[in-house]
Design a protein around this ligand. Structure first.
Ligand code: IDP
Ligand code: MG
Length: 174
């Protein structure tokens, strides 16, 4: 049926400016308007390697290095070098979240949207727009696999295989 909405997963990242401005609660509250469920959550640092994979489509842009300094939180100093990453799931999840998030450029975004309300363009021209959200099912799959290990998601979102990792060293609690 044409109007039948699809169950989807989407990756959401609260970028460092959301943390600096103490907006995490507000943004999560706004996201609840989408009537989706949280399937995974973690706080993490953004390495250069991760940023290059996540923003592979922007790697050749002249602003990539400034974008990395923003996305990693380096522009805000060590205390804020972190982001919050989530997987949300539900009907039409990708579009519902994109709509609440608003357009990429905070100056063009609906003022009621998350980016319209909280975003800005910084001195280096980078759009500090507080939230990332996947823009298609293809990018959601790529991004979720990049940011989460299968066991950090409470559902089997994509197919997995069991690999024998014996001999591999891992850090455990002492
Ligand atoms: P999206 O975040 O709405 O999916 P993308 O085009 O994938 O938009 O860009 C990723 C991020 O890179 C944006 O959210 C924004 O922070 C930054 N960005 C994108 N295009 C520009 C630009 O032309 N100038 C400055 N920053 C940009
Ligand atoms: Mg994008």
């Amino acid at each position: 049926m044409e109007n039948q909405q699809k169950h989807q997963y989407t990756l959401i990242i609260l970028k460092p400016d959301a943390l600096v401005k103490s907006l995490t609660g507000n943004i999560i509250t706004r996201l609840s308007e989408a009537r989706l469920r949280i399937t995974a959550a973690r706080v993490t640092r953004v390495s250069k390697e991760l940023a290059e994979k996540h923003y592979a489509h922007l790697i050749d842009k002249p602003f990539f290095s400034d974008l990395y300094d923003y996305f990693s939180g380096k522009v805000y100093g060590g205390e804020y070098e972190r982001v919050l990453a989530f997987v949300y799931e539900g009907e039409d999840a990708i579009n519902r979240v994109r709509k609440i998030a608003g357009q990429t450029n905070p100056n063009d975004a609906d003022p009621i949207s998350i980016r319209g309300a909280y975003g800005r363009i910084n001195k280096k021209g980078i759009m500090e727009n507080v939230i990332h959200c996947s823009d298609s099912e293809e990018s959601a799959e790529k991004e979720i696999k990049l940011w989460f290990a299968p066991d950090d998601i409470i559902e089997e979102v994509y197919p997995t295989v069991i690999k024998d990792m014996s001999g591999v060293q891992a850090r455990v609690w002492a």
